[in-house]
Design a protein around this ligand. Structure first.
Ligand SMILES: Nc1ncnc2c1ncn2[C@@H]1O[C@H](COP(=O)(O)OP(=O)(O)OP(=O)(O)O)[C@@H](O)[C@H]1O
Ligand SMILES: O=C(CO)[C@H](O)[C@H](O)CO
Length: 439
């Protein structure tokens, strides 16, 4: 039996999924980031990666033929020529790149995806002003660096992670205007997500009992991985990731990009994954409620009735989508005495932001929304689904599988030619014998 391993580096933890050729899950593992030391992020990521590999039973490890890794989009770092990070990475929602925006506007085409404070290119320009830049030779995304630890080829990425760096995903090249910035580090070589990069480093394979010919493939981003896992396959179908953040992805024949609203399109074969990522989401709920409270209080909410409370739930100032404003303030007032009413207001307000997001995507030319699948910790909340269905006016349901690690394992499997290569257009429910079991 051959197996395929997907590893997901999300916002709150890392996860692994091992699947067989029928996409049936053989193993799932987790590594929560609660104990993560923010001052030594890269070592913590490395510990998480190797801990997950060790969690896999030895008899399964020997059967893994391909591995892929996804990371949070636009989480980036600089390394030296040995792959050693020269400074702390910048995380996906870090808006310090706002100060290089004027410089960036002089070279990037108007309305380009890189023209946002959190874009990877804005982060790279910001980092180029740090003293540590002198030691750097390579710029990498989180998923690139983690995969490098496994395959040892420094400076390889995929065109999902590279989008916010300015890579041209239609022409499959870095655009000429990027040259004008004269960036003095190597930008990664970009491959199609899932493309085999190299075999596992021999010391990793031998040390952990993996096959020496196990291939490490180009990865993707966390929310695209959640999309791949979801069961969505047709233009008009969408996936909302309701995790710490709120991420929308609507499959479309038309590409839409508009940095005024933080909207961008990822390439998925000959289709486009249009969408954006908001800083609202479950992290704000977590600030006020435990998961048990979220569950019990939600049951007291009548989701068919609209809450009049109009919030903009954020942990800290700054929003990316559907309003792109690095200084946008949170709005969490007025706060009613009743916890149930407060939660209703929060769920309704996040759902309004989701609905506004999908409305904007369609206004800008994306295919008409027909169906929303949901991934992430908020996906199981039935009342929230009722609220969201009322606002979105289309069926809202849980993803076939909500785990980004599962979507990334599919990518690894397809990357080495099992089932089919990208584009991912398989109707999972029809083809996958395990789909119903996952619920
Ligand atoms: N019953 C619930 N209703 C609404 N939200 C919930 C509920 N239970 C958990 N959540 C929210 O789900 C979030 C966690 O979801 P998830 O595990 O997908 O997080 P994440 O940080 O996005 O994960 P990842 O590590 O994959 O990025 C928490 O922020 C929590 O507030
Ligand atoms: O930016 C994003 C997706 O494009 C996400 O918010 C981030 O990856 C964390 O999940």
């Amino acid at each position: 039996m051959s197996l395929y391993l997907g590893i997901d580096f999300g916002t709150s933890g890392a996860r692994a999924a091992v699947i067989d050729k029928d996409a049936c899950i053989q193993f799932e593992g987790r590594y929560p980031f609660d104990m993560l030391n923010a001052f030594d992020l890269t070592n913590c990521w490395k510990d998480a990666l190797f801990n997950l590999l060790e969690q896999i039973a030895e008899e399964l490890r020997r059967k893994v033929r391909a591995i892929a890794i996804n990371g949070t989009s636009s989480t980036v770092l600089l390394c030296d020529s040995t792959g050693q990070p020269v400074d702390t990475p910048l995380l996906y929602n870090d808006g310090r790149g706002a100060i290089v925006m004027e410089e960036l506007k002089t070279v990037a085409p108007p309305n380009h995806t890189v023209l946002g404070a959190t874009s990877s290119l804005a982060k790279l320009l910001w980092m180029s002003q740090l003293p540590s830049f002198a030691e750097a030779t390579h710029f990498l995304h989180q998923a690139d660096w983690l995969a490098f630890l496994l395959h040892g080829q420094l400076g390889v990425s995929d065109y999902h992670n590279a989008l916010k760096l300015g890579y041209d995903v239609e022409k499959l090249e870095y655009p000429d205007w990027l040259e004008q910035l004269q960036i003095k580090v190597h930008l990664p070589k970009v491959l199609a997500p899932g493309t085999p990069i190299a075999e596992l480093r021999a010391e990793v394979a031998d040390g952990l009992g993996f096959r020496r010919d196990c291939l490490v493939c180009a990865g993707t981003t966390d929310s695209i991985a959640a999309f791949l896992a979801s069961g969505a396959t047709l233009p008009g179908e969408a996936v909302t990731s309701l995790g710490s953040t709120l991420v929308l992805k609507l499959l479309s024949r038309i590409r839409v990009d508009d940095p005024r609203y933080g909207i961008y399109s990822h390439r998925l074969g000959d289709l486009w994954l249009t969408g954006g990522a908001s800083n609202t989401g479950g992290a704000v709920l977590k600030q006020f409620f435990t998961n048990a409270e979220l569950e019990s209080l939600s049951q007291e909410i009548d989701g068919f009735k609209a809450s009049q409370l109009d919030y903009y739930p954020l942990l800290k100032p700054g929003e990316r989508f559907p309003i792109n404003d690095p200084n946008l303030s949170a709005r969490l007032e007025p706060r009613p005495e009743s916890q149930v009413e407060f939660l209703h207001g929060l769920l309704e307000s996040i759902a309004r932001i989701e609905a506004r997001g999908y409305e904007l995507l369609q206004d800008l030319g994306a295919d008409k929304l027909t169906h929303v699948y949901t991934a992430g910790g908020g996906a199981g909340n039935l009342v929230w689904r009722v609220i969201r269905g009322r606002l979105l006016q289309v069926p809202v349901e849980c993803s076939v599988n909500a785990e980004a690690a599962f979507g990334t394992a599919l990518l690894a499997m397809r990357g080495i030619g099992i089932v089919s290569s990208l584009p991912i257009k398989t109707a999972w429910e029809g083809e996958n014998p395990c789909a119903s079991a996952r619920g």
